[in-house]
Design a binder for this molecule. Structure first.
Ligand code: GDP
Ligand code: MN
Length: 380
């Protein structure tokens, strides 16, 4: 679950990270009132759960309340990467001398948290990593010891931060780490952390991604979920206990088990295809759940073919097949589907599907080859 910029910055501020004064508005009139209150130049920022808002025109400066109202009107009418803007954050504008990057995330290889910093902030860190990896500093954190002060000073030195800012930088970095750690986040990021013309550090942007599996421990964070901002398909999936993540490709995937789902996506890519989604129907999925999953996959207009990869353990293949048939019943036309069923009751499952004229495969590789070929045929 992602938090909005304004929510993330509030959590940072609670632990002492300096953020600009400002508030959220849902209308242009409200934005104007906030600008009036702040009394001066403001920045109006689209609150959507995607990055790169600046480039998309979702972040604009305004020198008067009237101008703030004007740009808020424009931003509130925008869609950024397909998401309609429903709220804007109106912040006191900062005079920026330079922009830094500061983030905490999981280092999966090292199996511990990592603090990442760079003097090249404001742009996407992935971009910096590609173009000038030497400008990125990484420090691993022992989760039992937490982030130590000396580590923060090492980071400050490595990004050549002016000496007089080291103390503030240390408390900001430690606060960021605490937010990350206490809220079971997978990412806590300030980009940019700016040095203002007055020579102060200020967190201009904030991003927090929470681990959904830890959310039950944080009802107050779970409450921050913005249902409006979630893809409807993801909301629907959660209702049925499915894990669905929409991706950019055109091959819909329905798999049982997260690991198998990842492997399936990898194999699709290996054979030249692009998965349209990640979907784990979980163990012991009922026909009803399978039907819901297939409906969700087919709602994605990009999907040109579907790969179903089911390994029956606790899950029974015939039950899955029945779910597929239920989902297809009454549907007029559907994209080609390749089904790989293996394990418990696979014979019965295959028989049921053969009657529905679905393509079957006996191995994942075969299934991936077939589905990629079908997509290539389907492209007009
Ligand atoms: P993102 O594009 O979604 O990451 O949004 P950010 O909040 O990071 O803003 C993008 C860029 O807009 C920043 O890197 C700054 O260069 C600029 N920006 C944001 N807030 C201000 C501000 O208060 N004053 C000025 N001058 N620029 C700002
Ligand atoms: Mn940013």
């Amino acid at each position: 679950m992602k938090l909005h910029e304004y929510q993330s910055k509030q959590l940072f501020a609670q632990l002492g990270v300096p953020i600009p004064r400002g508030r959220v508005a849902a209308s242009a009139a409200e934005a104007k009132a906030i600008a009036q209150e702040l009394g001066g130049r403001v920045v109006v920022k689209a609150q959507v759960l995607v990055g790169g808002r600046g480039k998309a025109g979702g972040i604009r400066l305004a020198s008067t309340p009237e101008e703030a109202e004007e740009v808020a009107t424009q931003i509130l009418a925008m869609q950024i990467k397909g998401l309609p803007v429903r709220k804007v954050l109106v912040d006191e504008a900062a005079d920026i001398a330079s922009e830094l990057y500061l983030g905490v995330t999981n280092d999966r290889v090292a199996r511990c948290p990592v603090v990442i910093a760079s003097a090249e902030g404001g742009v996407e860190i992935e971009q910096v990593a590609k173009v000038s990896p030497e400008k990125i500093v990484k420090v691993l954190v022992d989760p039992l010891l937490g982030l130590r002060e000396y580590q923060c000073r090492n980071i400050a030195a490595a990004i050549e931060l002016p000496r007089d800012l080291w103390r503030d930088f240390t408390s900001i970095t430690r606060a960021l780490y605490q937010v990350y750690q206490r809220s079971d986040a997978t990412l806590a990021e300030i980009n940019p952390l700016v040095i203002t013309r007055e020579g102060r550090l200020l967190a201009l942007d904030g991003k927090i991604v929470l681990d959904d599996n830890g959310l039950f421990r944080h009802p107050e964070l779970a409450e921050m979920r913005d249902l409006d901002e979630e893809a409807p398909a993801e909301r629907e999936a959660r209702k049925y206990g499915l894990t669905y993540i929409k991706l950019e490709g055109d091959i819909g995937c329905m798999v049982n088990g997260a690991g198998l789902a990842m492997a399936t996506m990898d194999v699709i890519k290996l054979y030249g295809g692009e998965p349209a989604n990640f979907l784990d129907i979980g163990g012991g999925a009922s026909a009803e759940r399978v039907a819901a999953a297939l409906d969700i996959i087919l709602q994605d207009a990009n999907v040109r073919a579907v790969l179903l990869n089911i390994f029956g353990g606790i899950t029974r293949c015939d039950e899955v097949a029945r779910g597929i048939l239920t989902a297809l019943k009454g549907r007029v036309g559907w994209p080609p589907m390749v089904v790989r069923l293996g394990g418990t009751n696979e014979e019965e499952g295959r028989q049921l599907l053969a009657e529905a004229n679905l393509v079957t495969a006996s191995s994942l590789v075969e299934a991936a080859e077939k589905v990629v070929a079908l997509v290539k045929e389907a492209v007009p």
